[in-house]
Design a binder for this molecule. Structure first.
Ligand SMILES: [Zn+2]
Length: 156
């Protein structure tokens, strides 16, 4: 569960195929109880949450982000949670976290630009919001950025 103060992380985690709920607004207590109920790890920039008993006692696992920069945050989460580099990119919708479903080419004909329909062969669709995903150049660029997060950061 990603706190509102670390919004970009949710999309990166989904890109890697992880189930990442973004808690956009609401009380801390509500966020914490939902994380407990759904057995989630809470990722936040808020040190007050990390200092709460529920976190210090180990009942709720909290990752307290050290940086404001999304790239540093994702590196911290990868190393702290030991995330696997053999992730499955684009198995979840980046917008709503739903697992994507494979679609026949014909089924998405009216939902993608004509040139994409011509050159792409495999498509995925979000059953919740209807967004269609394919492995185009944008996909490749994001995959390369993701892979970089799993390499050693030479700035440290
Ligand atoms: Zn969606």
């Amino acid at each position: 569960m990603v706190d509102a103060n670390a919004g970009k992380l949710a999309r990166w985690l989904r890109m890697m195929g992880y189930d990442a709920v973004f808690f956009a607004n609401g009380e801390d207590a509500e966020m914490i109880s939902r994380a407990l109920k759904e057995n989630r790890i809470l990722i936040t920039r808020d040190s007050h949450i990390a200092e709460r008993w529920v976190a210090t006692s180990g009942r709720l696992r909290v990752v307290l982000l050290e940086s404001d920069q999304p790239e540093k945050q994702i590196r911290q989460v990868i190393s702290e949670l030991g995330l696997d580099s053999h992730f499955e990119p684009f198995s979840r919708c980046l917008e709503c976290n739903q697992p994507l479903e494979a679609r026949e080419k014909e089924a998405v004909k009216t939902k993608v630009p004509p040139y994409v329909y011509r050159i792409q062969t495999s498509f995925l669709e979000c059953p919740a919001c209807g967004r269609v995903y394919w492995r185009g150049t944008h996909w490749e660029a994001m995959r390369r950025r993701l892979e970089k997060f799993f390499t050693v950061d030479h700035q440290h």
